[in-house]
Design a protein around this ligand. Structure first.
Ligand code: NAD
Ligand code: 6OD
Length: 496
C-alpha cells in the first residue's frame, strides 16, 4: 500500500509555531493541518491572535533600525544566498512538507515549487546589487547649478500574504525582494499550507537573519490574523497573492493607512489555437496549461478557443491526453495530478461542473470524482475535465474555477479569436499557438493581459514584469519592478 506522506516529513504529528523576533512562539490556540489526499490530520498549527500580530509588527519595526539597517548591501545579499543554501540543504523536507499540505505531485514539488523557492532568494540578492539611482545636474540662475540624486530606501515593514497553490514559490517571490531592498517583514501563509513557511523560518534562523527581520504568523484571513495584519497601523505596505475579492477587501483595509499595495489576483486565462500551429505541441502545451497542479495555478488556461478547421481533431486529442493523465498518490514518481487543496475547494469546483451541465455543456471527459477503493476516497480528488458547447455568458466561461477543467470553443477568424480571449473581467495571462510569426506578434500584442506566451506556457524569467490587468492585479513585480515596489527613491538636492 502506498503512503499519503513522503519521508522525511518534518513536524508530523507536532505543532507548527509562529516565529516572532527570532523565537518560535505558541499561541496555544490550534487549528488542524489536513492532508488532502486522505483527509487525515498532518499536524496542528498555532493560530496568531491580536497580541501576537502586535508583537510581530513591533519586532519588525524595531528591527528596521537595528543591525539590518547597518549591514552593508553585500552582507545582506550574502545572507539571502545563505537562506537559498539552507532551502537546498533541506530540499527533501521542503518537498515532503509541500506535497503533504497541498497534495501536489512529487515531480512538480521537486522541479518547480522548491527550486523556485531557493531561486527567488538568489535572483533578488543579485539583482538588488545593480539597482540604479538617478542623478541630474539642474541649472540655476546663478549659473552654478545643483546636483539632484536619489537614494533607494526600504518601504518599512511589509506584510506578505500568500495563497495555498504554490506556497513556498509565491511566498518567497515577494519575500525575497522585500528583504533584498532592506525591508523587514511579517508573512502570513495560507491557513491551508503552513508547513514550508515554518521550515523557512527555521532556515532563516539558522542562516543568521537578525531577530525581527523575518516574522511568521499562522492563521486565517477574514476577521482573523490576515485582516489584523492588513489593518495594522505599524504596517507600511501589503503585498498579496490570492483571490480578486480578497484583494478588494485588503484594499479597503489598507485605505486608512494609505499603505502601498501590490496584488497578484485571479485569472480566467484563454488559449488561442490557430490552424497554422504545430498541432502536437499545441495539444501538449494546452494540456499542461490546463492540468498542471490540478489547474490550481492562476496562470492556468480555463478557456480554449480553436480555429474551426482543426476543432474536432483538437478536442479529440485533448480528450485522449486528459484521459491518459495519472491521478493518484502525489508521492508516486509518475503521478501527474494529486487531489485539490481541500474538500471545501472541491465542493466549489464540483458546483461549477454542475452549473455547466445545467447550462447544457457537453462533457468531453471527466466531470466527476474518481474512485480508488482505498483511503484516497476520503481525499479531495476530481477528474481532469473538458467541456464544450457553452455560451460565453455561462458561469463557467465568466468565473475563475481554479481546478482541472477547461471549456473548448471554435472560432472562425483571427479578429473573433482576439475578441473572445479579451471578453473577460480578468486579464492575467494568454497563450497563442501559431507558426505564423507576424500573427504571433500581432495577436500577442492585442491580448488584454499582463503576459502572453506564444508556443509555450509558464516559461518564466524572473527579470521580466509580472502582474495582471482588470480584476487580475495591481502593479508589476519581477526584476526591477519588484525592486521599485519594495523601495522608494528619496531625492537629495545639493546646491553647487
Ligand atoms: P485567498 O484570497 O482566499 O487567500 C490568500 C491569502 O489571503 C491567504 O493567506 C488567506 O488567509 C488571506 N486572506 C483571506 N482573506 C483575507 C482578508 N480579508 N484579509 C487579509 N488576508 C486574507 O486565495 P487562495 O484561495 O489562497 O488562492 C487562490 C486564489 O489566488 C485564486 O483566485 C488564484 O487565481 C489566486 N492566485 C493568483 C496568483 C497571481 O499571481 N495572480 C497566484 C496565485 C494565486
Ligand atoms: O512564477 C511566478 O513568479 C508567479 N508569480 C506565478 C504565479 C502563479 C499563480 O498561481
Amino acid at each position: 500500500m502506498q503512503s499519503a506522506t513522503f519521508s522525511p516529513l518534518p513536524h508530523a504529528g507536532g505543532i507548527l509555531k509562529n516565529y516572532i523576533n527570532g523565537e518560535f512562539v505558541d499561541s496555544e490556540l490550534y487549528f488542524d493541518n489536513i492532508n488532502p489526499v486522505n483527509g487525515q490530520r498532518i499536524n496542528q498549527v498555532s493560530e496568531a491572535n491580536q497580541e501576537l500580530v502586535d508583537s510581530a509588527v513591533a519586532a519588525a519595526r524595531t528591527a528596521l533600525k537595528g543591525e539590518w539597517q547597518q549591514m552593508s548591501l553585500a552582507q545582506r545579499c550574502a545572507l539571502l544566498h545563505k537562506v537559498a543554501d539552507g532551502i537546498e540543504a533541506r530540499f527533501d523536507e521542503f518537498v515532503a512538507a509541500e506535497m503533504a499540505d497541498t497534495g501536489k505531485s512529487l515531480n512538480q514539488a521537486k522541479t518547480i515549487d522548491i527550486p523556485r523557492g531557493a531561486a527567488n532568494f538568489r535572483v533578488f540578492a543579485d539583482l538588488v546589487k545593480a539597482q540604479a539611482s538617478e542623478c541630474f545636474h539642474t541649472a540655476t540662475p546663478d549659473g552654478l547649478g545643483a546636483l539632484n540624486y536619489s537614494v533607494n530606501k526600504p518601504l518599512g515593514v511589509v506584510a506578505v500574504i500568500a495563497p495555498w497553490n504554490l506556497p513556498l514559490l509565491l511566498l518567497t517571490w515577494k519575500l525575497a525582494p522585500a528583504l533584498a531592498t532592506g525591508n523587514t517583514v511579517v508573512v502570513k501563509p495560507s491557513e491551508e499550507t503552513p508547513a514550508t513557511a515554518t521550515l523557512l523560518a527555521e532556515v532563516m534562523d539558522a542562516a543568521g537573519i537578525p531577530p525581527g527581520v523575518f516574522n511568521l504568523l499562522h492563521g486565517f484571513g477574514e476577521n482573523s490574523t490576515g485582516a489584523m495584519l492588513t489593518q495594522h497601523t505599524g504596517i507600511d505596505a501589503v503585498t498579496f497573492t490570492g483571490e480578486s475579492k480578497t484583494g478588494s477587501a485588503i484594499m479597503r483595509a489598507a485605505a486608512d493607512g494609505v499603505k502601498s499595495l501590490s496584488f497578484e489576483l485571479g485569472g480566467k486565462n484563454a488559449a488561442l489555437i490557430f490552424a497554422d500551429s504545430d498541432f502536437d505541441a499545441a495539444v501538449e502545451g494546452t494540456c499542461r496549461s490546463v492540468f498542471t497542479n490540478g489547474g490550481q495555478v492562476c496562470l492556468c488556461t480555463e478557456r480554449v478557443y480553436v480555429e474551426r478547421s482543426i476543432y474536432p481533431q483538437f478536442v479529440a486529442a485533448m480528450k485522449a491526453k486528459a484521459e491518459a493523465l495519472k491521478i493518484g498518490w502525489p508521492t508516486d514518481h509518475d503521478t501527474d495530478m494529486g487531489p485539490l487543496i481541500s474538500h471545501q475547494h472541491r465542493n466549489k469546483v464540483l458546483a461549477f461542473f454542475h452549473s455547466a451541465k445545467a447550462d447544457g455543456a457537453e462533457v468531453v471527459c471527466g466531470g466527476g470524482v474518481p474512485s480508488f477503493g482505498d483511503e484516497r476516497d476520503q481525499g479531495a480528488f476530481v477528474e481532469p475535465s473538458i467541456f464544450t458547447g457553452l455560451s460565453e455568458s455561462s458561469q463557467l466561461q465568466r468565473q475563475e474555477v481554479f481546478g482541472p477543467i477547461c471549456h473548448i470553443s471554435p472560432f472562425d477568424t483571427e479578429q473573433q479569436a482576439i475578441e473572445l480571449a479579451n471578453n473577460s473581467e480578468y486579464g492575467l495571462a494568454a497563450t497563442v499557438w501559431t507558426q505564423n510569426l507576424s500573427r504571433a506578434h500581432r495577436v500577442a500584442q492585442q491580448m488584454d493581459v499582463g503576459i502572453t506566451w506564444v508556443n509555450t506556457w509558464y516559461l518564466r524569467d524572473l527579470r521580466t514584469p509580472f502582474g495582471g490587468v482588470k480584476l487580475s492585479g495591481l502593479g508589476r513585480e519581477g526584476g526591477v519592478h519588484s525592486l521599485s515596489f519594495y523601495s522608494e527613491p528619496m531625492n537629495i538636492c545639493i546646491k553647487l
